[in-house]
Design a protein around this ligand. Structure first.
Ligand code: CTP
Length: 393
């Protein structure tokens, strides 16, 4: 699968270091050339001998490493993918601040390869303001992150901090290593997240969209060479490295931003869950409690329908969030909104896409084709959706 592509896999100290062994073995079995580097702490959790055996390659453990030819950190930096699995708070802090006081941090500074961090640590360390701001900085300058999972941690605490699943790591590595530049020269406009509609200065109407699907699409399109404009409602996700990031609040603001950027793009993917209604009047003061409150709502403009009506040769892909009659409702939206493609996702029950890291999409094409996809990570679903869009270009 990987055809001799080079992966520098750096293991930093943490109990999850043993999971890197499975990744190394899988990479090797899929014909990647793997150069493992380990910090001193990582060597206390798992031996370099294990990694050497699995990678069929000498392991780098020191900046003055004599086992490799050339200058160790520069050799480590010359690669197709630079992955840090697991990544400690310390290595991400060094990377975010450009420190280079050991083999791995120096190689991170020297590499021009795509960078991937898979953090694993105690929940308080992960949620610490410094760690979060380092992660935000690293991702804003283009590094990829596989977020840790929630659960019971080795230290006994419970929370976010477990290394992401091996499957998630494999999916991410595959998508980064195999990223074709098949969207080069294209401008893709993606909308994501909910819109929120103010009621008064302290309250609003919203929905449960997390923005994860739209962000995954924006990142995948960027990785595949597109120029990406991401217009997003409020989310809790780290801002991805895109060409233009436009945060908005309401459907009205999203409409303005979409219309302003519409002429510049070739492809529009509207993953946002736009509020269908907004309060007729936004109270200037906080509304005081009374027995009952009647809110009069007015319909928001349908942004997707509006742009699709004058799409020319642009490709327009909508989403449908459905709790029942998915096929019937999706086909109606595809037709009524004049779309090229519609990705329908369930938003209730066991496959509820809202907030989840996975999605089970069904793709409806304007020529009548229907493609039911398996449940998969949103990153993978994003790439599958982009493949389908390319068929239409
Ligand atoms: N959409 C939009 N503007 C709106 C409402 C929806 O652009 N005011 C877009 C969404 O971004 C999505 C698609 O239309 O791509 C379908 O959204 P969805 O919420 O599933 O359906 P609605 O058209 O709002 O219809 P309903 O709520 O009745 O299912």
């Amino acid at each position: 699968m990987f055809n001799g592509k080079k992966v520098s896999l750096c293991i930093t100290g943490g109990i999850a270091a043993y999971k890197a062994a499975e990744i190394v073995s899988w990479l090797k079995q899929n014909n990647a050339l793997v150069q493992v580097a380990m910090t001193k702490s990582a060597c206390r959790f798992i031996t370099p001998l294990t990694m050497q055996t699995l990678s069929a390659n000498k392991v780098m453990t020191d900046i003055f490493c004599e086992e490799v030819e050339g200058v160790a950190h520069i050799e480590l930096a010359k690669t197709d993918l630079f992955a840090v699995i697991p990544a400690t708070a310390n290595i991400m802090a060094k990377a975010a601040h450009g420190l280079a006081d050991d083999l791995i941090s120096a190689a991170i500074l020297a590499t021009k390869a795509p960078l991937l961090f898979a953090p694993a640590m105690n929940v308080n360390m992960y949620e610490n303001v410094h760690t979060q701001s380092n992660i935000k900085h690293l991702t804003s300058v283009g590094a990829e992150l596989v977020e840790p999972a929630e659960g019971r941690l080795a230290c006994g605490d419970v929370g976010r901090g477990r290394l992401a699943s091996v499957q998630e790591l494999k999916d991410k590595i595959s998508s980064m290593l195999l990223a074709k530049q098949d969207f080069a020269g294209k401008t893709v406009l993606v909308t994501a997240g909910p819109t929120i509609e103010a009621i008064d200065p302290v309250r609003y109407l919203a929905n449960r969209s997390s923005g994860k699907m739209g962000y995954a699409i924006a990142k995948a399109a960027k990785m595949r060479g597109a120029k990406v404009i991401l217009i997003t409602g409020p989310t809790n996700i780290v801002q991805p490295a895109v060409d233009l990031f436009i945060p908005i609040q309401s459907a009205t603001e999203m409409r303005e931003a979409v219309l302003e950027n519409f002429s510049a793009c070739d492809i529009v993917i509207k993953a946002a869950a736009v509020a269908d209604y907004r309060p007729l009047k936004v109270s200037e003061q906080k509304i005081k409690k009374s027995e009952n409150l009647m809110l009069e709502l007015v319909k928001n403009p349908d942004i997707l329908q509006e742009i699709a009506a004058r799409k020319g040769d642009k490709i327009i892909c909508g989403f449908a969030a459905e709790t029942e009659n998915m096929h019937k409702n999706a086909l109606l939206k595809l037709k009524n909104k004049n779309l090229d493609l519609l990705a329908a996702n369930p938003v209730s029950g066991k496959d509820n896409a809202f907030g989840s890291d996975e999605n089970r999409l069904t793709l409806f094409f304007k020529d009548g084709q229907v493609r039911e996809l398996d449940k998969m990570t949103k990153d993978k679903a994003a790439n599958t959706l982009l493949d389908a869009i390319l068929e239409l270009v």
